[in-house]
Design a protein around this ligand. Structure first.
Ligand code: NAP
Ligand code: GDD
Length: 347
């Protein structure tokens, strides 16, 4: 039986990955942070499983990493923990740098200090944000990086330190350059979930309007459940390498909105430009979506579109298993039910 350690196990990806590894028969250890509320929504259902173990630690605390890694001695370590919100990284740039850049170094160094450099395979949650102000469309493994936020700059350090440990110490460590992936468990301030929750609330009369930032921003959105399989596949190859994981399809925030509202029975027409653009209910003429500059970023990444050819070829991964329309439908159905169940669900 293999043993895996997941940092960021309480997050969207960490929770799906834990489920996947438990299904595969792994002993799964997760690192959690102390918080004032001892409830971890996304992994609560796994807590009774005898092969699922939790440890307190923090990517900002080397000693906790050495303690946990030394005790667990994982065969595979998935470093998913991060301050993962791009807009928030402009508000907390130093913290984002510490956790997202140095946190990755601390994990790699802890593996070495515990004498596991030869036996422990490491996955680093790298990101399409590295392509930032894009220099090529679509983006592939050879596309130059141009990080465009404190988050992306920190993740670029993580990317290179992983490569460095691979070359300097012969460690088996990989960067998964994952494009945006969403799900019913997506954090509520990322744009997709913000839209699906708002569509559900508006359709049930529990919210009047949705305020968004840049509606023209383009993303390559996939399904998180499909993407955690790639993380595992990367650590099963003969040699460590870095891979772009994407669907190869691109849509705008506006497209996502139109489709999400369609799923709750509202057809939206967009009129106007920039800050004056509005999404109007075709049937009633009501304005349901407006632009608020509060959601603009000092620098915004607006043209992400990945080429998953290498992952398809070398990992045998199918990027089209959950089409865009299905992803949006799954998220909206989930949120319709959530809003229905909880009269005042976080409005
Ligand atoms: P998420 O839902 O925001 O989860 C982040 C996780 O990191 C949570 O478990 C969080 O714990 C934990 N964490 C944050 N700061 C920490 C710290 N200082 N020490 C220990 N744990 C800490 O993110 P996600 O969407 O699952 O993404 C997983 C990883 O993939 C992240 O590294 C993200 O940057 C990267 N990524 C995500 C995407 C995407 O589209 N989802 C794409 C490319 C790369 P709490 O629950 O306690 O906050
Ligand atoms: N969050 C948010 N809220 N974004 C908005 C809004 C809004 O109200 N309105 C427009 N957007 C635009 C953002 O400006 C951005 O261009 C796009 O929607 C996507 O924003 P997010 O959903 O916040 O995701 P992200 O692309 O910035 O970052 C996510 O994907 C990265 C991979 O490319 C995160 O999961 C990162 O951790 C991940 O690395």
């Amino acid at each position: 039986m293999k043993t895996a350690l997941i940092t960021g196990v309480t997050g969207q990806d960490g929770s799906y990955l834990a489920e996947l590894l438990l299904d595969k028969g792994y002993d799964v250890h997760g690192m959690i942070r102390r918080s004032s509320v001892d409830y971890h929504e996304r992994i609560e259902h796994l807590k009774g499983n005898k092969r699922f173990h939790l440890h307190y630690g923090d990517l900002g605390d080397s000693m906790s990493l050495v303690r946990i890694i030394g005790a667990v001695r994982p065969d595979e370590l998935y470093n998913l923990a991060a301050q993962s919100h791009v807009q928030v990284s402009f508000d907390v740039p130093e913290y984002s740098g510490d956790v997202d850049a140095l946190g990755c170094l601390r994990v790699l160094e802890a593996v070495r200090l515990c004498g596991l450099a030869e036996s422990c395979r490491v996955y680093q949650a790298s990101t399409s944000e590295l392509f930032g102000k894009v220099e090529e469309v679509p983006q592939r493994e050879t596309t130059p990086f141009h990080p465009f936020s404190p988050y992306a700059v920190a993740k670029q350090y993580g990317f290179w330190i992983v490569k460095e440990y691979r070359e300097a110490y012969g460690m088996y460590c990989c960067n998964g350059i994952l494009f945006n992936h969403e799900s019913e468990r997506r954090g509520e301030t990322f744009v997709t979930r913000k839209i699906t929750l708002a569509a559900a609330r508006i359709a049930q009369g529990k919210q009047d309007k949705l305020y968004l930032g840049n509606l023209s921003s383009l993303r390559d959105w996939g399904y998180a459940k499909d993407y955690v399989q790639c993380m595992w596949l990367m650590l099963q190859q003969e040699r460590p390498d870095d891979y772009v994981i994407a669907t190869g399809e691109q849509h705008s925030v506006r497209d996502f909105c139109r489709l999400a509202f369609h799923c709750v029975g509202i057809e939206l027409d967009f009129t106007g430009e920039g800050e004056n653009e509005k999404g109007i209910d075709r049937r009633t003429g009501r304005v349901l979506v407006e632009v608020s500059p509060a959601f603009y970023r000092p620098t915004d990444v607006v043209n992400l579109w990945g080429d998953p050819a290498k992952a398809r070829r070398e990992l045998g991964w199918d990027p089209t298993s959950t089409p865009f329309e299905e992803l949006v439908r799954l998220m909206v159905e989930n949120d319709k039910e959530l809003v229905r169940q909880h009269e005042e669900y976080r409005t």
